[in-house]
Design a binder for this molecule. Sequence first.
Ligand SMILES: [Zn+2]
Ligand SMILES: [Zn+2]
Length: 447
Amino acid sequence: MCTNCNDPGTENPGSQSAEHLGRVVTRRLVLGGLAGSAVLLGSGGPAMASPPLASPSKPDNRPAHLELVLLGTRAGPPIDPYRAGTASALVVDGSTYLVDCGRAAVTQYVRAGLSLRSMRAIFLTHLHADHVADYYNFFLLGANPPNQLGDNMPDHTDVYGPGRAGGLPPKFGGGDAPTVNPASPTPGIADLTNFCHDAYAYNSNVFIRDTGIRDIRNLATVHEIALPDVGANYQNTAPTMQPFPVMQDDKVRVTAILVPHGPVFPSFAFRFDTEYGSVTFSGDTTFTPNIPTLAKNTDILVHEAINLEGFTGPPAIIRHQVTSHTPVQKVGGVAQAAGAKRLVLSHIADLTQDPIDARKWTAWAQQGYGGRVDIGEDLQRIQSGGSGATPSGGAATGGGGASGGRDTGLLIGGAVAAAGAAAAAGAYRHGRKTAADGVVEGVDHAQ
Ligand SMILES: [Zn+2]
Ligand SMILES: [Zn+2]
């Protein structure tokens, strides 16, 4: 069960201690409609049905019902000056759903023109630092008095992420390994959140008294994702399985599947089904049949990739990469097996060349795949307006460039143009005039 919202289900191996749970606001998941009968556009993979989503009568010519914004596309913890850490936003009719919060995610979110107030929920695929480094910053920095754009986090955001792993792997090559915080060596997202509350207590307490900011402990409702009973644990991280429900609201239905990501447990891939199409995020994963299962006939598959071809490095690094990630030369086959209409690579790294050669990567990723491939760029936007996925006005779509993310100014320019088309949805704030005015001010083009 979800240990923080008392949702019925399989007991999560990483169940929560009472003293921590007492400080995480609990709320029941809204999953009651999953037994309905309607089939959503773009679904067909997960053997699930659901009731129709809200807002079925909106006109087709409204722009950007569904938009994917790649906030950061860099794989791994190393600080890349050309790419921000991994994070993606999915905007559905003006509500924003964030998938992962890597390095600089909160800054990239605002640079993309996304409204903090539009944040509906945050989804964390797993608890590696390159996926959570900026998670708490959305509340620590983004929920204080409004920024110069008059924007800050809403009073409530749902957070969905892993529970405790329940155990640690042995040290590669044998021998002893030091353990950080042996009293709680495998914290889940509820622990992580509460530890952050404690670590930043002085900041919060001072600001509450000095400027009257909201109590940060009340801003997020943390849900540790309940796992189905498939025998998964930290020693059997991703057995072959069917997707399972995570959440549903009036705009999205989110399902998940476990993916093999080295010793990390749990590690999730997420699929978002909406009235306007579906977007599936692989999370961090090596090759697995679970991705084609989850992503079956999806409109957009956002998949991680690395290039190891030509790399010679320490055995531990090579082993980690092979067991944790998907070679770019194989990712096209995954998209083909899924029947994905479009493949977008994000969370990418080339261990032999930096920045990434997008032309070379496009050729690699296209192997065995008949659909369109995008080598993702920071702040790239991909829209679906109800008549199928269309490229955004951004300069980086198509994967034909070889900028490796250097042309940030151009990318932001494209992003702002796209924001103009979508501002009516209410998710965007950029400068003192909205993008809907056709004039956007206050955008920082500095690197
Ligand atoms: Zn990662
Ligand atoms: Zn990872």
